[in-house]
Design a protein around this ligand. Structure first.
Ligand SMILES: NC(=O)c1ccc[n+]([C@@H]2O[C@H](COP(=O)([O-])OP(=O)(O)OC[C@H]3O[C@@H](n4cnc5c(N)ncnc54)[C@H](O)[C@@H]3O)[C@@H](O)[C@H]2O)c1
Ligand SMILES: O=C(O)C[C@H](O)C(=O)O
Length: 329
């Protein structure tokens, strides 16, 4: 048996948490031979509800689940973490944009970034799900003094999965036949789901779907507005699909990417594609055999795509400027 790995999850008593924990504990994320410890972090008022979740985890008698910690103490919660999944934060309501949450949620990520740096393993990878996730991740990363920036990620995989599903439906194929789908920029209404480089059965999407007006219009708008559409329909923000995408992201960053393909996640720019260094932007990413990752470089960006990328990066710069008080030095 391998040594257990420790997964710390904030907001563990929330809706996404409830959809995440049992899949991790069952072995379906890290493998059937990988024991796990779950460190569940909540705010004090949610600890009684969290105890209920712990009772349910116990009642599953998962063979791979070795230890559960349920706590409001960040040092205890992030101790020895291999992965920190930062979900805990307030979701938006109908009529709000995700960055309307910056004032409420942004400050959560200063203390969490510091606590990860002080208590987690030096190799800990952090994935931010709580919105607005790109800028919350920037705050966490900037406060995690001493940890490499390339261990911080913000989630755009839900957007990738949504985009693949829309393209598949339009082309009359299964979503698994859609590859090379990159979400550029922010997890927001300015994101750019890149249909130009996406492929269906290895062919450019633009050859399979000849309706360019749909691709440039309805397709992009549907993906950009999908979160709002779910809030309108459900009366609550996406939870099961968000948890699924978080686990897809963890797996995509833990296993080598299929030859020629890429996946979407926001990382700290080093200037790739002319994106200002230090901006937490979604780009095409490949995970290598040794577990490290790289940006897929050299994609040709046409004028249409460049305009969309510029718009979403401009929004990320505005968000960064709005939280400058939460970013040290
Ligand atoms: N990036 C994405 O694609 C994506 C997708 C869906 C939802 N989200 C975001 O994920 C977040 C969580 O959504 P949810 O549906 O689980 O919400 P929820 O309200 O059901 O649960 C959030 C939980 O976080 C806890 N929490 C709040 N502040 C905390 C803190 N400082 N430390 C630890 N826990 C804290 C709350 O007590 C609550 O239990 C929201 O911000 C939502 O907008 C992101
Ligand atoms: O839209 C939201 O506020 C929740 C989430 O970010 C989503 O994309 O479903």
């Amino acid at each position: 048996m391998k040594d257990p790995i420790t997964i710390s999850i904030t907001g563990a008593a929330g809706n996404i948490g409830y959809a995440l924990l049992f899949r991790i504990a069952s072995g379906s994320v890290f493998g059937a031979d990988q024991p796990v410890n779950l460190h569940l972090i909540e705010i004090e008022p949610a600890l009684p509800a969290l105890q209920g979740v712990v009772m349910e985890l116990d009642d599953c008698a998962f063979p791979l689940l070795k230890n559960i910690v349920a706590t409001a103490d960040l040092a205890e919660g992030f101790k020895n973490a291999d992965w920190a999944l930062l979900v805990g934060s307030v979701p938006r309501k109908a009529g709000m944009e995700r960055n309307d949450l910056l004032g409420i949620n942004g400050k959560i990520f200063t203390g969490q970034g510091q606590a990860i740096a002080a208590n987690a393993k030096p190799t800990c990878k952090t994935l931010v799900v709580g919105n607005p996730c790109n800028t919350n991740c920037l705050i966490a990363m900037s406060n995690a003094t001493g940890l490499p920036k390339n261990q911080f990620f913000a989630m755009t995989r839900l957007d990738e999965n949504r985009a693949k599903s829309q393209l598949a439906a339009k082309a009359g194929v299964h979503s698994s036949q859609v590859t090379n789908l990159c979400i550029w920029g922010n997890h927001s209404a300015t994101q750019y789901p890149d249909f130009v480089h996406a492929k269906i059965d290895g062919k450019p999407v633009t050859e399979v779907i000849s309706d360019r007006e749909w691709l440039e219009g309805e397709f992009i708008a549907t993906v950009q507005q999908r979160g709002a559409a779910i809030i309108k329909a459900r009366g609550a923000s996406s939870a099961a699909s968000a948890a699924n995408a978080a686990l897809d992201t963890v797996m995509a960053l833990s296993t080598p990417t299929a030859e020629g393909d890429w996946h979407s996640v926001a990382i700290c720019s080093n200037g790739e594609y002319g994106i200002e260094p230090g901006i937490m932007a979604s780009m095409p990413i490949r995970t290598k055999a040794d577990g490290s990752w790289e940006v897929v470089e050299g994609l040709e960006i046409d004028d249409f795509s460049q305009g969309k990328i510029d718009a979403t990066i401009a929004e990320l710069k505005e968000e960064r400027d709005a939280v400058k008080d939460l970013i040290p030095g």
